[in-house]
Design a protein around this ligand. Structure first.
Ligand code: PEP
Length: 249
């Protein structure tokens, strides 16, 4: 089965309104390469201005609450993000699992909320370096998939991002064999959970992806795109990753 590659950028807590100028070059590259899907997830305050500035580029969010409304000071619901113009929402990023103590059950609730409100959920999973060193990487990651992915998930609204925690922002990447083995294990776990629908679900790789390594990473079996942090902050660095995805489109 052919799955369209998705190259998604996660700006994390970076960028003010003037940074949106970077989106023009990214939108232009997305338009030039229609065989690949492209999305940028800026800070929530920039979602609506980004949509106004580049209406043809998919804009996403970095988190949502599991509930639709209520006494949750400082949080944003999936419905609010949808109203602001988001298409996607990242849930369960390792930085939130670590900093906010989010559990698989929390991530599961957020993914369901995303689906309820018509957003694509990008569910992040990934092992720490200690877990990999202990030979537990596959067990940890497939356990996160089992706990975080709703049972009714389909490729229409679910994307998985495998992001080894030790590779995020460090310039280190796993070997291509390790990436292939983990993506195959994730697909097999999804098949246990949702049957044939697992074949269509895109599994992104994330962790120090850049213009130099993207072509190799995106050529690995079951790597259906990338979730990109640092290199998504400028068009100059992100566009080569879009081009690498498009070349394999
Ligand atoms: C991320 O945080 O999702 C990420 C992959 O970051 P970086 O590309 O900077 O490693």
């Amino acid at each position: 089965m052919t799955r369209r590659k998705l190259i998604a950028g996660n700006w994390k807590m970076n960028g003010h309104i003037d940074h949106l100028r970077e989106l023009h070059g990214i939108e232009k590259a997305a338009k030039a390469h229609p065989q690949v899907d492209v999305a940028i997830c800026p800070p929530a305050t920039l979602i609506a201005p980004a949509v106004a500035r580049v209406p043809n580029l998919a804009i996403g969010a970095q988190d949502c609450h599991a509930s639709d409304k209520g006494a949750h000071t400082g949080c944003l619901s999936a419905a609010m993000l949808k109203e602001a113009g988001a298409h996607h929402v990242i849930v369960g990023h390792s930085e939130r699992r670590a900093d906010q103590g989010e559990t698989d059950a929390d991530v599961h609730g957020k993914a369901e909320a995303a689906h309820r409100h018509g957003l694509t959920a990008i569910v992040c999973v990934g092992e720490t370096e200690a877990e990999r060193d202990a030979g537990e990487a596959e067990m940890v990651v497939t356990g996160q998939v089992a706990g975080s992915v709703p049972a009714d998930a389909t490729a229409d609204w679910l994307v998985i991002a495998y992001e080894p925690v030790w590779a995020i922002g460090t310039g280190r990447v796993p070997t291509l064999d390790d990436v292939a083995a983990m993506h195959a294990a994730i697909r097999a776990k999804l098949a246990d959970m949702i049957g044939d629908k697992a074949e269509g679900v895109r599994i992104l790789y994330g962790g120090s992806m850049n213009g130099d390594n993207a072509a190799d990473l995106l050529a690995v079996d079951n790597v259906d795109g990338g979730l990109v942090g640092g290199a998504s902050l400028s068009a100059d660095k992100f566009v080569p990753i879009i081009e690498a995805g498009a070349a394999q489109g």
